[in-house]
Design a protein around this ligand. Structure first.
Ligand SMILES: Nc1ncnc2c1ncn2[C@@H]1O[C@H](COP(=O)(O)OP(=O)(O)OP(=O)(O)O)[C@@H](O)[C@H]1O
Length: 256
């Protein structure tokens, strides 16, 4: 059964006199993996930040699990939302296990529970605990650091995880490996809602059970990947899909 878990109702966001998001309404259901795709400046990050309360809407309403976000304790809300960003910001003077354990420690989990959880998470992101737990972030590759970012975001088992272009700075191979991992992780964790911002169309179509295409602060289309590919709803979505075709053509030209 689908249960609305994140709802935007006529949300507007302005910065000074700039209307970045004029009127945004959408619903994400519990357990979904939704990707948010759009060109630079279309309001993707702003949308994510309004979901975890880092930014307030200028008008309209946001409901999290049926409750108005304004009525929620923002500290508690953020604890329920893992957040993975491109600049993951691991603490350089802490080991990998200490980095993953930051929030559980803050919540005063007993030490043995923390250690158990760190081991479990390292295994989940496919890094052997005995090899990586005591290393420092600078002793890891960019892709491995992103895996730690994912592990840290999942540490307290939050029902929501928000991803903001987490793989943007990685090489193509590492990126596709991590995409497969993140899909597997979502499939292995029932009821977790993943919201994943990207401007990479292939990434959005591969990961998202539904894809929300944003353009100039509005939803251009919000549908299953196949629906978007076969029935693009607007000229913008068509153009976006056209860029994939253009890349294929470029390859073909080089083959000739
Ligand atoms: N704190 C702020 N003050 C003023 N303008 C802002 C602020 N944050 C974002 N903006 C503007 O809002 C618009 C949307 O920004 P946002 O970061 O949401 O876009 P985006 O779709 O995530 O883009 P990108 O893919 O480049 O990260 C941009 O024009 C940006 O300059």
């Amino acid at each position: 059964m689908t249960k609305p878990i994140i709802q935007f109702k006529h949300v507007q966001k302005t910065f000074g006199s700039n209307i970045i998001i004029p009127d945004l309404s959408f619903t994400v259901n519990k357990g979904e993996f939704v990707t948010i795709l759009g060109s630079s400046g279309s309001g993707k990050t702003t949308t994510l930040k309004m979901i975890n309360g880092l930014l307030q809407p200028s008008a309209g309403e946001i409901l999290i699990d049926g409750q108005k976000i304004n009525d929620l304790d923002l500290v508690k809300l953020r604890r329920h939302m893992g957040y993975v960003v491109q600049q993951i910001g691991l603490f350089p003077h802490m080991t990998i296990s200490q980095n993953i354990a930051v929030v559980p420690k803050m919540l005063q989990w007993p030490q043995n529970k923390i250690e158990e959880r760190v081991n479990e998470l390292l295994k989940l992101v496919q890094l052997a605990p005995q090899e990586y737990a005591n290393r420092y972030p600078q002793q890891l590759s960019g892709g491995q650091q992103q895996r730690i970012g994912v592990a840290r975001a999942l540490a307290t088992n939050p029902p929501y995880v928000l991803f903001d272009e987490p793989f943007g700075a990685l090489d193509a191979l590492t990126r596709s490996e991590l995409q497969r991992e993140i899909k597997r992780i979502h499939e292995s964790l029932p009821d977790k809602t993943f919201l994943f911002v990207t401007h990479d169309i292939n990434e959005a179509l591969f990961l998202g059970q539904r894809v929300m295409v944003m353009h100039q602060g509005k939803v251009a289309q919000f549908a299953r990947p196949q629906e978007i590919v076969h029935h693009p709803a607007t000229a913008f979505v068509k153009e976006l899909l056209g860029t994939v075709q253009q890349n294929k053509n470029l390859w073909r030209e080089q083959d000739d």
